[in-house]
Design a protein around this ligand. Sequence first.
Ligand SMILES: Cc1cc2nc3c(=O)[nH]c(=O)nc-3n(C[C@H](O)[C@H](O)[C@H](O)COP(=O)(O)O)c2cc1C
Length: 219
Amino acid sequence: MACIRPIYGGAVNAVGLTNPGIDQWCKEIAPKIDFRKYYLVGSILGEPEELKEMAIMLNDFNLRALEINASCPNDEGDILTNTKRVIESCESAKVNSRHPIILKLSVVHDVKTIIKEVKGIVEALSINSVPWDVIFPNRKSPLAKLGGGGVSGKIVQSFTWRLVRQITDITDIPVIGPSVWDFGDMERIRMMGAKAVSFGSVFLKYPWRPTLFVKKEKN
Ligand SMILES: Cc1cc2nc3c(=O)[nH]c(=O)nc-3n(C[C@H](O)[C@H](O)[C@H](O)COP(=O)(O)O)c2cc1C
């Protein structure tokens, strides 16, 4: 069961990776997309063999990049704690994909080790939502039945932005900074060393803000 709950200054979700599956996406959805008009990044998670298969399937489409989602807090596997698996996932994607690889990290990863090993393999790093227990170790999640969920938005800025700074301190792999909530956040994230920003749960609370912010910045 997928679920989203608004919390003050953000959201907690246990949507996980619910979608019709890559076969259906490749057969029915992708052929209807104009990839020259819409710039898309594919995002995949799986065992190494599955990743290989998916990376090859997605070679048929002109994606801007292929993201390895190594950080979904709602995944039942060990991707948040298995450093070797994260690194092998990137290696598998690199060998089998024609697209630039983005690695999506979590604040709970062994970031130092991972970054050392993926240098030259991934083109950029992005950052996922934060497991509920990390933010609220003593408070029950409204999505406790679904494992607690991932927290995102303004409320996690101190966690996700600390990771931005930690990454930019140790590598020149470009970082895409998350948790934009207010207009000034984009500049704040860049000042921390991020080369780009991403809009996530701000869309849930203020769906107009990302477009407004981008337009405002252009003017
Ligand atoms: C409702 C919802 C669903 C999400 N689903 C996914 C997902 O399927 N895969 C993923 O990698 N991240 C997922 N995320 C995480 C976001 O992509 C983003 O990394 C995270 O929310 C942190 O950014 P933010 O603080 O700007 O929201 C989801 C977030 C929300 C709020």
